[in-house]
Design a protein around this ligand. Structure first.
Ligand code: URA
Length: 456
């Protein structure tokens, strides 16, 4: 059958700054997925989009076409309301672990479809696989059953969700077109919308360890994703948060799980606790609003009913910080890990070799670069360079000081962990100028910079 469009016309329209029609976009993505549009043609279109962007209408249509390339999950039959969170990725970002436990402890379902790490940012699945027995792959039935009975699920995204994105992402990776706000937004949001959540909280990272290094850009990315979510009927809000320095005091798989467990026992580093509590609050407020306006169809709670109002009020009043202190979130964590075959009390790996890096002068640590720490952790074996590489569960970096802390000359600043000691030299090389020590303390900053929502 003849194709309705010519890829070259589509490319030239965008190259010249024109607007693509709905049918052109729908066809282009479908034809690319079918192998009719060649890789070099899609590469040219991606570069034209990188340079000339997409209008809001084009972007919604691009996102729709990616969603339509695969299956769409539907959790509306659950007796719990659903909410999800997505982070644009950073160094030491283990927040999903305590966060999923906190939010599910209030009777909410969180279908967290996560990925593995590539490059300097860690992947949630790699972290959880440090727990003996834990498995990332669940069937849709297993996932649905766990969402209904426990609420929390963190598992591998199936290949069926937005397969066009998988193909496009691989192409963007080799054509210098990853760092485009419309392409990042549609890539993330197509998967989140296809996943079937009714509310979504985005953690858009900003700083050296993130896609977006500046606040303006991060805000634009956040705004674009919030618009796509709301235009697709998913109540979406975004926080813009600091990724100039690693989150918490650990970078690396088992190290980060241990730190998450500390947070779940009411301790842990203040920035991890602050971000967990803030995101949990936003998720519960977002889902409260959905419950009020749409009810909980799977539980027979009608929109606008007295029960919907009561349930949403309970979610708004939920004592998030209390759930970390009183063990409720820990119970939810243990239930979720056990349900996926993991032993919450199991012994996790420690790396066989460690080396310390010490402060060369006294003063205040004023900066500690997230990207450099992330790259060092990756070189030590915590991350992978290619998709097929294995990660070391015990490898990574323990930080002994964070920006704002006072340090003495000779005091350990960090401990490097690896099973492959030949990696120390390359990790130390990237860490050489990763921090600054100054006589005066830096100003104090919060980990949360800004919030983007449709009606604020
Ligand atoms: N994560 C995604 O899923 N897609 C992007 O384009 C960037 C980050």
């Amino acid at each position: 059958m003849a194709e309705p469009f010519d890829a070259v016309d589509v490319i030239m329209t965008k190259r010249d700054g024109g607007v693509l029609s709905t049918s052109q976009i729908t066809w282009m993505i479908d034809a690319y997925t079918r192998g009719v549009v060649a890789e070099e043609q899609m590469s040219a279109l991606l570069m034209a989009i990188f340079l000339n962007s997409l209008s809001r209408e084009e972007l919604n249509c691009w996102t729709d076409a990616m969603i339509a390339s695969g299956e769409r999950l539907d959790f509306s039959a659950l007796s719990r309301p659903t909410v999800d969170k997505h982070s644009t990725g950073g160094v030491g970002d283990k927040i999903t672990l305590p966060l999923s436990a906190v939010v599910s402890s209030f009777g909410v379902a969180i279908p967290q479809l996560s990925g593995r790490g590539l490059g300097h940012t860690g992947g949630t699945l790699d972290k959880l696989e440090s727990i003996p027995g834990w498995r990332a792959e669940l069937s849709l039935d297993e996932m649905t059953e766990q969402l209904e009975s426990i609420g929390g699920v963190i598992c591998q995204a199936g290949v069926g969700l937005a397969p066009a994105d998988r193909k496009l992402y691989a192409l963007r990776d080799v054509t210098g077109t990853v760092a485009s706000i419309p392409l990042i937004s549609s890539s993330i949001m197509s998967k989140k919308i296809a996943e079937g959540t009714s509310a979504l909280v985005l953690d858009v990272k900003c700083g050296s360890g993130a896609f977006m290094t500046g606040r303006e850009q991060a805000k634009e990315l956040a705004t674009t994703m919030v618009e796509i979510g709301e235009d697709h009927g998913v109540h979406t809000i975004a926080l813009i948060t600091d990724m100039s320095t690693p989150l918490g005091l650990t970078v690396g798989n088992a190290l980060e799980v241990r730190e998450s467990v500390e947070v779940l026992t009411g301790g842990g580093p203040p920035d991890v606790v602050e971000l967990t509590v803030t995101l949990a609050r936003e998720m519960l407020d977002a889902v409260a609003r959905v419950v009020e306006t749409h009810g909980i169809p799977g539980a027979g709670v009608a929109p606008g009913s007295a029960e919907a109002r009561t349930r949403s009020e309970e979610l708004r009043q939920a004592d998030v910080a209390g759930s970390l202190k009183d063990g409720t979130a820990m119970d939810a964590w243990r239930a979720t890990i056990s349900a996926q075959g993991g032993d919450p009390d199991g012994e996790m790996a420690w790396a066989h070799h460690t080396e310390q890096i010490k402060a060369d002068q006294e003063g205040y640590l004023t900066s500690l670069d997230a990207l450099k720490v992330g790259v060092a952790g990756w070189r030590l074996g915590a991350g992978r360079a290619r998709k097929e590489d294995e990660v070391q569960a015990g490898a990574g970096i323990q930080l002994h000081a964070k920006p704002g802390d006072q340090v003495r000359a000779g005091q350990p600043l960090m401990t490097l962990h690896t099973d492959t000691p030949e990696a120390f030299a390359r990790a130390q090389e990237v860490l050489e100028d990763a921090w600054t020590i100054s006589p005066l303390p830096p100003g104090s900053t919060s980990v949360v910079f800004d919030k983007v929502a449709r009606d604020i």
